[in-house]
Design a protein around this ligand. Structure first.
Ligand code: 13P
Length: 342
């Protein structure tokens, strides 16, 4: 193995090491504004910095969290005492990651569908992010379920972009966290989600192969196979766990070092319960299954913080609780009793 591939192999396996997962704090300016709106807080640069400092410095999180995904603004910010965020994370033993796509835009000729942009200049941006401390990078593709969508054109365009980005990451010695997200906002049933997730993942892995991306140094971040939010028939925890695992076994190469899930709008506790059920009832899977949640880790903490410096400690305690519950879920050792004790 060359130095560069050895480093990527180490990074990838550390990201999904036993009992650890990823905290996603890479909300774009538009998305963090939406989150702050829920607590009535202005999205100023200082408020965003203070909130991310709270998340990054929560004492004890390194026991459960292997890495955090930052946003372009965040990777350049510092704690109140002037230490750059990536340096604080590395000191704690948490790897900095970075979101490198520039967002999902309307796909021309395909109403209701999106394609993720950000390939132009990516080689240069990756070199800079590496200097700033990034060890892995995320790119999110969005697949929408609706009448006659997703189209093959949408899935193919997004898979191609994911593969081009992943190739550039590996050239730079950065582990790509490849994220195709089938949204859960529609009224579709779980079997529709299964079929579209299966097709999306098959297309993504074919595109990675075509672009000579080594799956050995790639992490998959994906949605669970789940009922759409508006579907009157909501599948239970065990069905979500079983169908998600079956879909992954049918589509993801065994050589991949690990799979992490996004939470996608599930409640914090349900996202934990689903992950736990997968790990509890499926032994000997080819890859660790862990978490890379944004909302399902942050929401309870954000509410308690509410923008007030006096609330930083209790907010961090709440964050740590969710991190611990999901760490246990990644080992199949979570129980709802832990929520009552909190
Ligand atoms: P959610 O867990 O809130 O879906 O966010 C995870 C993420 O990073 C989406 O790209």
């Amino acid at each position: 193995m060359s130095d560069i591939t050895e480093r990527m192999a180490q990074t990838a396996s550390a990201m999904v090491a036993g009992g650890k997962g990823i905290l996603a704090i890479d909300e774009s300016l538009g998305t963090i504004k939406k989150r702050f709106d829920t607590i009535g807080l202005d999205s100023t640069e200082e408020n965003r910095r203070a909130y991310r400092e709270l998340l990054i410095t929560a004492p004890g999180s390194e026991e459960f969290i292997s890495g955090m995904i930052l946003f372009d603004e965040t990777i350049r910010q510092k704690t109140g005492d002037g230490t750059p965020f990536p340096a604080v994370m590395i000191e704690k033993g948490i790897m900095p990651g970075i979101k490198v796509d520039t967002g999902a835009k309307d796909l021309a000729g395909h109403p209701g569908e999106k394609v993720t942009e950000g390939l132009d200049g990516l080689r240069e941006r990756l070199a800079e992010y590496r200097e700033l401390g990034a060890r892995f990078a995320k790119w999110r593709a969005v697949i929408t379920i609706g009448d006659h969508i997703p189209t093959d054109a949408c899935i193919d365009a997004n898979a191609h972009a994911l593969a081009r980005y992943a190739g550039l990451c590996q050239e730079a010695g950065i582990v790509p966290m490849v994220e195709p997200e089938v949204l859960m906002d529609a009224d579709n049933d779980i079997d529709t989600c299964y079929g579209i997730t299966e097709k999306t993942l098959k297309t993504v892995f074919q595109a990675l192969y075509s672009q000579s991306v080594a799956v050995e140094y790639t992490i998959l971040k994906t949605n669970m196979v789940i009922s759409g939010k508006q579907c009157p028939q909501q599948a239970g925890v065990q069905e979500v766990a079983d169908k998600t695992v079956r879909c992954l076994l049918n589509t993801v190469p065994a050589a991949l070092p690990g799979i992490v899930f996004l939470s996608g709008g599930q409640s914090a506790q349900l996202a934990t319960a689903h992950l736990n059920a997968m790990n509890q009832s499926h032994d000997n899977l080819p890859w660790p299954l862990s978490f890379s949640y944004g909302r399902a880790l942050q929401e309870p903490c954000l509410k308690i913080w509410s923008g007030k410096s006096d609330n930083v400690r209790p907010a961090q305690t709440t964050l740590l609780h969710r991190e611990k519950c999901n760490s246990l879920a990644s080992l199949g050792r979570y129980s709802e009793m832990l929520e009552q004790a909190a």
